[in-house]
Design a protein around this ligand. Structure first.
Ligand code: DQA
Length: 147
């Protein structure tokens, strides 16, 4: 199986950015942990970050059309991007939405997700562990689909 981990705007600043909310681990740390997990499970991992909505739409399309699973932290685009939602729905991508922070314990504008309705499920609030949980959930769903 193949899993594409997609990161949206400002996640390149992870480790420096509001560490009281997002922690001290960097995106490179997250990638290293997921690469170890992917290797142990025999999964081909693609890991990408972009601040550009269009680049994320293209990445979702490519993953979905290739039959890969997606673990997506869309950052603030989670709350605004109908284009990302349509890319997940339109490419038939099997997607898991993840967030470092518990978005439901934060500002009300973070409570609504545009992409959650077209994802299998949502994991939020576990820091970098949200990615590991999302990876496992995505892989399980890919394996179920392949049965
Ligand atoms: C985030 C939560 C979003 O509301 C925010 O815009 C982010 C990060 C998270 O991982 O907790 O950029 O997706």
């Amino acid at each position: 199986h193949a899993i594409h981990v997609l990161n949206g705007p400002n996640l390149n600043l992870l480790g420096k950015r509001e560490p009281e909310i997002y922690g001290r681990a960097t995106l490179a740390d997250v990638e290293a942990e997921l690469r170890a997990r992917a290797e142990a499970e025999g999964v081909a991992l693609t890991f990408l970050q972009s601040n550009d909505e269009g680049a994320l739409v293209t990445a979702v399309q490519e993953a979905g059309l290739a039959g890969a699973g997606i673990v997506v932290n869309a950052g603030a685009y989670t709350h605004t991007s109908i284009a990302l939602r349509d890319a997940i729905a339109g490419s038939g991508a099997l997607a898991v939405e993840v967030h470092l922070s518990n978005v439901h314990a934060r500002e009300s504008f973070r409570h609504r997700s545009m992409i959650a309705p077209v994802c299998i499920g949502v994991i939020a609030g576990f820091g970098t562990q949200s990615y590991a949980l999302g990876f496992d959930a995505c892989l399980a769903a890919l394996r179920r689909r392949a049965d």
